[in-house]
Design a protein around this ligand. Structure first.
Ligand code: ZN
Length: 88
């Protein structure tokens, strides 16, 4: 996993300021149209016009390659499970 630091973006769901993103395959700045997963709240996100983060819609997720969508859903499930364990 490759982590890139960048100017902060705000998660539209939990309002966390996000100043780094991780890519599974290579170091890369976020780009318009990129999908992301907020590790603070588990929201699937899209970098929209002007690099403003917005919550991903079902239509956005339906357009993803199946393998990528499955990877993101598995990561979100693991994140939620880890948060549940930590909270208890
Ligand atoms: Zn969030």
């Amino acid at each position: 996993m490759h982590t890139t630091r960048h100017s902060p973006f705000e998660c539209p769901t939990c309002s966390t300021r996000i100043d780094s993103t991780s890519n599974l395959t290579r170091e890369r700045q976020p780009y318009e149209g990129a999908v992301a997963l907020c590790v603070y709240c588990g929201q699937m996100l899209i970098f929209g016009k002007g690099m403003v983060l917005r919550a991903a819609t079902d239509a956005d997720l339906d357009r993803l390659p199946k393998g990528l969508r499955t990877t993101l859903e598995n990561a979100r499930a693991a994140l939620r499970q880890a948060k549940s364990i930590i909270a208890n």
